[in-house]
Design a protein around this ligand. Structure first.
Ligand code: GLU
Length: 420
């Protein structure tokens, strides 16, 4: 099945396509075809009933040519080494596109966190942190939230790392709660970046965000914040979904009301939400809905060779990492669909992570407005840098973004040379 697509192999194939377009010899990027350092750990956890379970975890550093490793940690039952490698590699390219001084890394634990109590989740997180302790740190590799991880989990990571080190090290992780060195604006940063990028691509198409129909797959941190911010800008968010299914209303959903309903009713999903004129739809139906913009904001490999033909949107903004398989990408590209790639569209999160890390290192705090302004400036600059590469090479935005990243990474690599 299409879901078996090995995401790290997809990454290499995409990188090679970009290298061919720019005429980059393989010697210049061959190191990016493997990961610099990979750590697999087993994580024993005493469960609440006294039994012992062992989970598998990973931390992968793909490339640190441009700076220390940076990237989130995901807790998911399908997490495996190939997924974590791909996610780490995408971070290398994302940080290069965003112009922030990091390499790429990523972590994963193979677990369905919804099956764990809070105490079990805390023990799992702390033991995982201890297991990867030797390779993380503010100068080495800085984790952050990703799928199914949040500020509270980042607090446990920061505390465990600090206990093992013997003093407080808040710069070891980003996406922390504000009280312990988190940055204002980090929580909504990825969704805000998606909103800025959507606005920019619409401008390029001579369209106004107000009234534009948008469908969003995924209603976690990224999907939900993107939906709220796009709604505030006057977009008509006609469909949203989570793992169980979604909601649809052609005149536009009341996103603040939906977000408030979920916040007030813990454990409820979108399928439980009832309102006049709101239809319940499946995830598959959402992907094929009549819309101007489609924003996949869930997991990788959601739009595949099988369902790419159903997509009706003329613009796709990749808020998730790797939501399109290479086959789907090719099919949609041939149809002339404009695809804004993940390594640009969802860079808002890591950009504000960078601001958080800088604030931690200097022990200072910036205000929210300043952070929003700097985020906007950096992500829009990245958009125009990618746009220029795309035009100069007569190619797609994905290739433009990969070419820009390859240029930056390989020139850093060349300057540093090969040790010893
Ligand atoms: N997990 C997020 C991403 O995929 C954020 C990573 C970070 O802030 O380091 O970009």
């Amino acid at each position: 099945m299409e879901n078996k697509v090995n995401p790290f192999e997809s990454f290499i194939a995409t990188m090679e396509r970009a290298a061919n377009i720019m005429g980059l010899p393989e010697q210049s990027y061959v190191r990016l075809k493997t990961c610099e350092r990979e750590l697999t750990v087993s994580i024993p956890v005493v469960m609440d009933d006294g039994s012992l379970r062992v989970f598998q975890g990973y931390r992968v550093q793909h490339c640190t040519e441009r700076g220390p490793g940076k990237g989130g940690i995901r807790f998911h039952q399908d997490s495996d080494i190939d997924e974590v490698r791909a996610l780490a590699a995408w971070m290398t390219f994302k940080c290069a596109v965003a112009g922030i001084p990091y390499g790429g890394a990523k972590g994963g634990v193979k677990v369905d966190p919804s099956e764990l109590s809070k105490a079990e989740l805390a023990r799992l997180t702390r033991r995982y942190t201890a297991a990867i302790y030797p390779i993380i740190g503010p100068e080495k590799d800085i984790p952050a939230p990703d799928v199914n991880t949040n500020p509270e989990i980042m607090a446990w990571i920061m505390d465990t790392y600090s206990m093992l080190t013997g003093y407080v090290v808040n710069g070891v992780v980003t996406g922390k709660p504000i009280e312990i060195g988190g940055s204002l604006g980090r929580f909504e940063a990825t969704g805000m970046g998606v909103m800025f990028i959507t606005n920019e691509i619409l401008k390029k198409k001579n369209r106004d965000i107000a009234g534009t129909r948008i469908a969003i797959q995924g209603f976690g941190n990224v999907g939900r914040n993107a939906a709220l911010l796009l709604y505030q800008r006057g977009a008509r968010v006609i469909a949203v979904s989570d793992v169980n299914g979604g909601l649809y209303c052609d005149t536009g959903l009341d996103i603040p009301a939906i977000a408030a309903y979920l916040a007030e009713n813990k454990g409820k999903m979108l399928e439980d939400y009832i309102a006049d004129g709101v239809k319940h739809i499946t995830n598959e139906e959402l992907l094929g809905i009549e819309t101007d913009v489609l924003i996949p904001a869930a997991l990788e490999n959601q739009i595949t060779e099988q369902n790419a033909g159903n997509v009706k949107a003329s613009i796709i903004v990749e808020a998730a990492n790797g939501p399109l398989t290479p086959d789907a990408d090719r099919i949609l590209e041939e149809r002339g669909v404009t695809i804004v790639p993940d390594i640009l569209a969802n860079a808002g999160g890591v950009i504000v992570s960078y601001f958080e890390w800088v604030q931690n290192i200097q022990n200072l705090m910036w205000d929210r407005e300043e952070i929003y302004k700097m985020l906007e400036k950096l992500i829009i600059k990245a958009f125009y840098d990618v746009w220029e590469e795309t035009e100069a090479n007569h190619t797609t935005l994905r290739m433009g973004a990969y070419i820009l990243a390859l240029r930056k990474i390989t020139s850093a690599s060349k300057l540093r040379g090969v040790f010893p």
